[in-house]
Design a protein around this ligand. Structure first.
Ligand code: SIN
Length: 328
């Protein structure tokens, strides 16, 4: 037992983890394994009242895989893996203010993102999360079958072009515009999570351009249908930040949306983004769907495996009910 308590916050996804001081416990293999296990099960996990320096956030993130250096957003001086997501009071446009999965525009998209709140507005600035596994589960058997084997094309070309939402000028951030051809990468429209085995839809309105081999009009019709379906309120949870809060989400099965409802106030977050393990990247360069997390020390892998076996063996069915947490 690690002393961690995992308590679900919504029906579709999301759990708050208490009983951990990430700055102190980030070297503890059992704690990291328990967090990884909770993330796989709940898709997004939340922590409160943490105090992490940028260097500690890097060390924490690195326990889950290699860290991404964003191709368009400048990192912190000397710490390129740390993106500062800042909206100054005079900024109009926020960063991440639309439904998306981080980095799906890359050949090897990020598997996780860890966002730490440095300074939050007095009100507003919540982040919404939507379970794409729940969205997949809710589809009809016929549509699920139709989606199997389909690939979608993702690119940064729209979001990071001069007119794109992500590339807009903000006082506190340096974001480069995608200049010329930035690449298009195909990923399966349905991903099977390498650790949970659960299927999830993997398309998003920000970075998915079209379905491979389909006419634009056909593609648009199906993608528009899916984009509407995927943000249904029943698939979501909402996180209200406080200074020192952390959200850690699994980009393989979660969309997120940063609300921009705090005009005239400052919001300052720091993000590290976890890439798939280098050694497990698919050789065909088309997808990371099969990437298996293999970067944790062997003891972490064993702990995760043991936790899964324990859950499977019961008597705890792994489902926490209202008012009840799960000690891990
Ligand atoms: C992001 O898209 O990573 C930013 C989310 C947020 O600031 O809430």
């Amino acid at each position: 037992m690690t002393g961690l308590l995992v308590r679900r916050v919504a029906g579709a996804l999301g759990a708050e983890i208490t009983g951990v001081d990430l700055a102190k416990d980030l070297a503890d293999h059992a704690v990291i394994a328990a967090i990884r296990s909770a993330l796989v099960e709940h898709q997004v996990v939340f922590f409160r009242d943490q105090q992490l320096t940028a260097a500690e956030q890097v060390r924490f993130g690195a326990r889950f895989g290699p860290l991404n250096v964003h191709p368009y957003v400048s990192g912190m001086p000397g710490q390129p893996e740390v993106m500062e997501i800042i909206k100054e009071p005079e900024d109009r446009i926020n960063f991440g203010g639309g439904w998306h999965s981080d980095m799906s525009f890359l050949e090897k998209p990020a598997i996780g993102s860890i966002l730490y709140a440095v300074e939050v507005p007095e009100f507003g600035g919540d982040t919404l999360f939507a379970s794409q596994a729940a969205a997949y589960d809710a589809l009809s058997p016929g549509l699920k079958k139709a989606l199997e084997g389909l690939n979608a094309v993702h690119s940064a070309s729209r979001e990071y072009s001069s007119s794109g939402h992500s590339a807009q000028k903000r006082a506190g951030m340096q974001v480069a515009e995608a200049d010329g051809y930035v690449g298009e990468f195909m990923h399966p429209m349905v991903l099977t999570h390498p650790e949970s085995g659960r299927k999830a839809l993997y398309v998003n309105p920000a970075f998915t351009l079209r379905i491979e081999g389909w006419k634009t009009t056909e593609s648009k019709a199906l993608l528009d249908y899916l984009f509407n379906h995927c943000r249904y309120e029943g698939f979501t949870c909402r996180f209200t930040w406080r200074n020192g809060s952390i959200a850690f989400w699994d980009n393989r099965s979660v969309w997120h949306f940063a609300l921009n409802d705090y005009s005239g106030q400052r919001r300052h977050m720091r993000r590290v983004t976890v890439d798939p393990p280098h050694e497990a990247v698919a050789q065909d360069g088309r997808s990371v769907a099969a990437a298996v997390s293999a970067t944790e020390p062997a003891s972490d892998r064993l702990a995760v495996g043991a936790a899964r076996r324990d859950r499977a063996a019961g008597p705890n069915d792994g489902v926490s009910r209202p008012g009840e947490g799960q000690h891990v």
